[in-house]
Design a protein around this ligand. Structure first.
Ligand SMILES: [Zn+2]
Length: 319
């Protein structure tokens, strides 16, 4: 890999120089906010559909939102809102391509069924397979992060299906994945306004995009195909065929203000990704309370005890 080279072009709207790094594909002028896409050598296309979610959640609003998040849901320590110590926050404005599209999925497979055959003492249960098929459609405002090679905590949770609440059980092995919640997605077009560079505070840095519209649409298609396949997979015991057709209605570039907060609890550090527009927690990590671990352990022992009890009962009755 070669190092990114500093480059410059002149803004077509205001004439100001736009500095960028080789490999960047969407460039936003820091003076007037007009944005262009580099769609190939010498092919500079203005991005008409450029939106922004105004960073309107202030520090107080975000703190309130985080405390509320800490106080609700399961498997969080009761004293988390009081004892969590904030370590700092970093603000950033990241570019996303939002692909507005519709998907139509047809699937088929087989369901495992059981039935009782015979009568009285000779009855037994047998399993058989039943063909099943169906279709469903979805509309999406699917977001594709417009940069490569740098990971920002939690941005995967902008789309549905990704983990948005990550519970840290701290080595407690009987966790069964409890306390993890899936995202239902964040619609970046909701509340979006025409991009205005004046609306972005100076302490937040605006990032250029590195992937162009066409690449974003391909990526969205691939992700939606996988997402719909997972939905179909949940409707049938064995999925044999799954076909998804996607039609794109429009693709927009959206700059989203984000804040990454970190806090400590009992010496460990956890991260939170906060939507700078709505103040909502996009993704968060949290410790699991000692009391919750105890409850899970007791339930586990009761279940195991019950199974052993049933086996002992069956064995002694058989004699
Ligand atoms: Zn300009």
């Amino acid at each position: 890999m070669t190092d990114a080279v500093r480059q410059q072009l002149q803004c077509k709207s205001c004439g100001a120089p736009i500095d960028y790094l080789s490999g960047e594909a969407t460039l936003t002028c820091g003076y007037c906010g007009s944005t262009v896409m580099l769609a190939g050598v010498g092919n500079i296309v203005p991005v008409q559909s450029h939106f922004c979610l105004a960073p309107r959640a202030d520090e107080a609003a975000m703190t309130a939102s985080i405390k509320k998040w800490m106080g609700e849901g399961f498997f969080k320590p009761k004293d988390l809102p009081e004892r969590a110590a904030f370590q700092g926050m970093e603000g950033i404005v990241l570019p996303f391509w939002v692909v507005a599209c519709r998907s139509f999925t047809q699937w088929s497979g087989q369901n495992r069924r059981t039935r009782t055959v015979g009568f009285g003492k000779h009855s037994r249960t047998e399993t058989y397979w039943e063909p099943a098929s169906g279709s469903f459609q979805n509309t999406h405002n699917w977001s594709v992060y417009a940069r490569r090679g740098e990971e920002w905590f939690g941005i995967d949770a902008l789309n549905p299906g990704a983990v948005k609440t990550a519970a840290d059980w701290g080595g407690f092995f009987l966790n069964f994945g409890l306390g993890n919640e899936s995202s239902t997605g964040v619609n970046l077009m909701q509340g979006a306004t025409k991009f205005d560079v004046k609306g972005i505070p100076e302490k937040m840095s605006i990032k250029n995009g590195q992937i162009n519209q066409q690449q974003a649409e391909e990526e969205a298609r691939g992700q939606i195909v996988r997402y719909n396949r997972a939905i179909a997979d949940g409707r049938v015991t064995t999925l044999t065929d799954c076909d998804t057709q996607i039609s794109v209605d429009g693709t927009h570039l959206v700059h989203l203000p984000l804040w990454i907060w970190s806090y400590t609890y009992e010496g460990k550090t956890y991260r939170l990704l906060v939507n700078g527009f709505s103040g909502q927690i996009i993704k968060g990590e949290h410790p699991v309370g000692k009391y919750d671990k105890l409850v899970v352990l007791i339930v586990f022992l009761l279940v195991v005890g019950g199974i052993i009890g049933l086996i002992v009962f069956a064995l002694t009755r058989g004699r």
